[in-house]
Design a protein around this ligand. Structure first.
Ligand SMILES: NC(=O)c1ccc[n+]([C@@H]2O[C@H](COP(=O)([O-])OP(=O)(O)OC[C@H]3O[C@@H](n4cnc5c(N)ncnc54)[C@H](OP(=O)(O)O)[C@@H]3O)[C@@H](O)[C@H]2O)c1
Length: 197
């Protein structure tokens, strides 16, 4: 199995969601998410590949219809219901699939077609994935402001993950990333990276 990363925005209390949606709207974090999950590693840039994003059914439904499937990425939706209707605007869309377990999601990754694999939520998917030895990185936007949430990211076990440096973050995402505390309206946040030890 190939390695993968989790991409998440979470508060200090690890809150990630409320009422089945994001508790905040931070445009630069959304742009960062798009960039991280879309950028192809340099060595594969000229190959016919794209990245894969794996998400739970609730997260899929939280994406506004006009933005899903996430463009230029292979979308894998996980549900226990094998006949769940993805309600794809384009029924012939081959770039979005439904699977009934995280293991099947990993099996659907084809190293010839897919460069990087990202788990993009929500809590149930993160909880399963963070335990995997193949989870190599956690790209975490830390939302510093206190915000009420009802859904939480699992504890990041320091036995298995260490906080990486900003250089490591830029190296991993292969782009420059704003360093330190960022501000949007009343919100403060910071781009960080955890690396599996
Ligand atoms: N802050 C962030 O970065 C971020 C990112 C993503 C999501 N979120 C938020 O997180 C919340 C959603 O998280 P969530 O935990 O409620 O839902 P989720 O992980 O997105 O999806 C849960 C669904 O996944 C399926 N599932 C879970 N475990 C499974 C298993 N072992 N095998 C097969 N299918 C399985 C089930 O679908 P069925 O019920 O169809 O069987 C389950 O209801 C929302 O508030 C969302 O906005 C935040």
């Amino acid at each position: 199995m190939t390695q993968f990363a989790l991409v998440v925005a979470a508060t200090e209390e690890l809150g990630i969601g409320v009422l089945q949606n994001l508790p905040w709207r931070i445009p630069k974090d959304m742009a960062f998410f798009k960039q991280v999950t879309t950028v192809i590693p340099e060595e594969l840039e000229n190959q016919p590949v794209q990245n894969a994003v794996i998400m739970g059914r609730v997260t899929w439904e939280s994406i506004p219809t006009k933005f899903r499937p996430l463009d230029n990425r292979f979308n894998i939706v996980v549900s226990r219901n094998p006949s769940y209707d993805l309600k794809l605007a384009d029924a012939t869309d081959k770039n979005t699939i439904l699977v009934d377990s995280l293991e099947k999601a990993f099996e659907a990754i084809d190293s010839k077609r897919h460069a990087r694999t990202f788990i993009i939520g929500g809590a149930q998917m993160y909880r399963l994935a963070i335990q995997h030895a193949d989870c190599s990185h956690i790209v975490l936007t830390r939302v510093k402001s206190k915000i009420d949430c009802d859904t939480f990211f699992p504890t990041i076990d320091e036995q298995h993950y260490r906080l990486g440096s900003h250089q490591e973050l830029e190296g991993y995402v292969q782009r420059q990333v704003p360093e330190g505390i960022q501000k949007f309206k009343e919100l403060e946040y910071e781009f960080t990276l955890y690396v599996r030890k």
